[in-house]
Design a protein around this ligand. Structure first.
Ligand code: SF4
Length: 411
């Protein structure tokens, strides 16, 4: 095998990492190196995210330790049977790259994942060593996200949590059947057991110890996961059901949805085309409805025959159009839970409505100042001096408030 320079390895291993969407750093606790005399901080300027046009986060140095892999997951460009160029960083190279990029202000942290070389423990051991050296030898205070390997030993995962801000374990696909079919060497049960152990460890370390009364730092950004969408025929309703279970069972900070990307020499079990990126976006919106808007997973797609989120309109508007009997709502009286269900209202707008109406009754003009599109809100609310009349039940309501289709630009 030719000897590759660090630069060549970086080109290969950053490109190989672009398929992983689970790199956003939200939720990390503060880490500041002022006291340690080291470098970097997750506070102050904070972690800011920038996203490439395809929606991937690019503010972290996002690389694989290696794209060699002993597994053969059909949807993965790095699977053992794939004909891609391979490379492998040494621990030293990753530490050096991270520090160099950080000092030049290119990145706020490191997102490190890897193919599995020789054994899960050997791979995980090297990833932990990168994080350990960054934290202890380089006194690096920036953000570290390690993608953990479910089959790795509990001791290694525990060590990873000491140095990383966030750990993640990919569930890979929304259903066990999908994992068995497309990633036959992976065991959904092992993935679940790893996530459960990680949850217990995070909870255990969040408790102050009896002796020192302090909390031990352990993956303060919690755990997250990623599932690939569109590699099989699983409908959105089932995907959201899996997400709701994951949030409930393992206290995940985030579930990331990654639209399947067709890969060269792909297995015939995979679709030829990637799903529309809008599907990924709608899943994130539905995910937010579950986490911040009080929607139950089952009701988001209740009454939608194919179990798929509509691509043309957002899931809250789609739900409201299917449940018009719940509207119009009087914004001067409705409780918070129902206000959150009004299309066009974000959580901040709802808080401001509740705050303002303590002093006076709100008119439609007030609402226009609180939300982005009063045209979207109008048919669903009653305000001082405003009632939508028959508009809420109008047969053409959807056409009047849905975003108009746009001509695709060809040149
Ligand atoms: S284990 Fe990870 S890197 Fe290896 S083939 Fe499967 S998805 Fe790809």
């Amino acid at each position: 095998m030719p000897v590759l320079s660090t630069r060549e390895k970086l080109a290969i291993l950053s490109d190989a990492a672009k398929y992983d969407a689970s790199c956003a750093s939200s939720g990390a606790g503060g880490r500041n190196s002022l006291k340690s005399g080291g470098i970097g901080s997750t506070e102050g300027m904070g972690i800011c995210h920038s996203y490439a046009p395809d929606g991937r986060c690019i503010s972290l140095l996002k690389i694989l330790l290696t794209n060699f892999c002993i597994y053969d997951c059909s949807y993965c460009i790095n699977r053992s049977s794939s004909n891609v160029r391979r490379a492998r960083f040494t621990v030293d190279e990753v530490v050096r790259l991270t520090m160099d990029f950080y000092k030049r202000n290119y990145i706020e942290g490191l997102f490190l994942s890897s193919g599995v070389i020789r054994s899960p423990d050997e791979t995980m051991g090297e990833m932990v060593e990168v994080a350990r050296r960054l934290r202890l030898d380089e006194k690096f205070g920036g953000y570290i996200h390690l993608k953990t390997i479910p089959e790795a030993s509990a001791e290694l995962i525990e060590k990873a949590g000491l140095y990383a801000d966030r750990l993640s374990i990919n569930v890979e696909l929304p259903t066990d059947e999908g994992v068995k079919r497309l990633a036959p060497e992976k065991r959904p049960e092992t993935i679940r057991v790893s996530m459960a152990k990680l949850r217990s460890k995070i909870e255990e370390k969040a408790e102050p110890t009896l002796r020192t009364k302090t909390r031990e730092r352990f993956a303060p950004g919690g755990q997250s996961t990623q599932m690939i969408v569109g590699a099989d025929a699983t409908p959105d309703a089932r995907i959201l059901k899996t997400s709701a279970r994951l949030y409930g069972s393992y206290q995940l900070r985030r579930v990331y949805y990654s639209a399947f990307s067709p890969i060269p020499d792909a297995s015939s079990a995979l679709p030829l085309k990637r799903p529309p990126l809008m599907r990924e976006h709608r899943l994130y919106q539905a995910d937010w409805l579950m986490r911040f808007y009080g929607f139950d997973q089952g009701e988001i797609l209740d009454g939608q025959p194919d179990g798929m989120l509509e691509l043309e309109i957002d899931p809250k508007l789609a739900w409201a159009l299917r449940n018009r009997a719940s509207f119009p709502l009087d914004i001067n009286r409705a409780d918070r839970e129902m206000l959150l269900r009004i299309p066009g209202f974000g959580t901040r707008a709802v808080e401001r409505i509740i705050e303002t109406r303590r002093f006076r009754r709100l008119r439609l003009e007030d609402i226009g100042r609180l939300c982005q599109s009063v045209a979207k809100v109008r048919p669903f609310i009653i305000a001082e001096g405003w009632s939508p009349g028959a508009a809420t039940d109008a047969a053409r309501l959807r056409e009047t408030i849905a975003p108009k289709p746009r001509q695709i630009e060809l040149f």
